[in-house]
Design a protein around this ligand. Structure first.
Ligand code: CTP
Ligand code: CA
Length: 239
């Protein structure tokens, strides 16, 4: 019944959303990863679909029970494991999208070499791993975007020393500018908040660096607020 009451205010929007976190292989049994569960990206996909959008959800290592929340006839789910894969799949999905949301946590680095057999202690172990930087996917999507396409980024930030919020905001503004996204959704994280939790608190920074909106609540409520901020930026693009 709730779904019937939801406004279909995103009818006609084609949106590509990434969720989860990439894993960069070290050897066949190990990887470099992060703590992103994919819940926020999945909540965005579910909320967008209920509001009438056509969604491509690109899932990076999202657990099955989390992904189950994205079961909807208007959601197409694609998988990507590593940052390189995510970059390719998102570029593909973005080519036919009005809006792109990079909610996935992308590994900043990957091992330079991936061992094709398990590294063992007696063969020297893995006391150090040489890393190379991954490409900035969202910055690339902004550079190659279609006219009128809206690009949204996410940032999980820890506050400065003694909980300095101004420093957090300044850092987030620099990040918005560096990436060129139309909207940067910033959430404060620490060991006890943000990750793997049912709820979230965010502020959204627009293309001129202003805080255009804040929201807190369940990840679904935050998703709704992000889509509310995105909607006025959206203009339907014809193929
Ligand atoms: N992002 C991306 N490609 C990367 C790294 C990040 O597309 N290689 C995207 C994320 O999906 C997110 C946004 O950029 O939407 C911000 O990610 P974040 O990790 O906060 O930014 P970084 O530029 O990696 O900065 P930091 O050094 O703070 O990690
Ligand atoms: Ca990063």
């Amino acid at each position: 019944a709730l779904a019937l009451l939801a406004p279909r205010d995103l009818e006609g929007m084609r949106i590509a959303i990434s969720a989860g976190g990439t894993r960069e292989p070290i050897d066949p049994v190990r990887y470099l990863g992060n703590r992103s569960s994919g819940r926020q990206g999945v909540a965005l996909a579910a909320e967008a679909a209920v509001r009438g959008a056509e969604v491509t959800l690109v899932a990076a290592n999202v657990a099955g029970d989390v992904l189950a929340e994205a079961q909807h006839p208007s959601i197409r789910i694609l998988q990507a494991g590593t940052a390189a894969e995510l970059g390719r799949v998102m570029a593909d999905a973005a080519a036919s999208a009005d809006a792109v949301v990079m909610a996935a946590a992308v590994a900043d680095y990957r091992p330079l070499e991936v061992a094709d057999r398990k590294l063992t202690k007696d063969a020297g172990g893995i006391a150090s791993i040489e890393l190379v930087e991954n490409e900035d996917i969202v910055a690339g999507l902004v550079r190659t975007r279609r006219d009128g396409q809206v690009v949204v980024g996410f940032a999980a930030e820890t506050p400065g020393a003694e909980g300095d919020q101004d420093e957090l905001l300044a850092r987030a503004r620099r990040k918005q500018k560096r990436k060129g996204v139309d909207l940067l959704v910033v959430n404060e994280v620490g060991w006890e908040r943000g990750f793997e939790k049912g709820h979230n608190a965010v502020m959204m920074i627009g293309s001129d660096g202003d805080v255009v909106s804040t929201a807190s609540g369940s990840k679904r409520e935050v998703a709704a607020a992000v889509l509310d901020a995105l909607r006025p930026l959206w203009t339907a693009i014809r193929n």
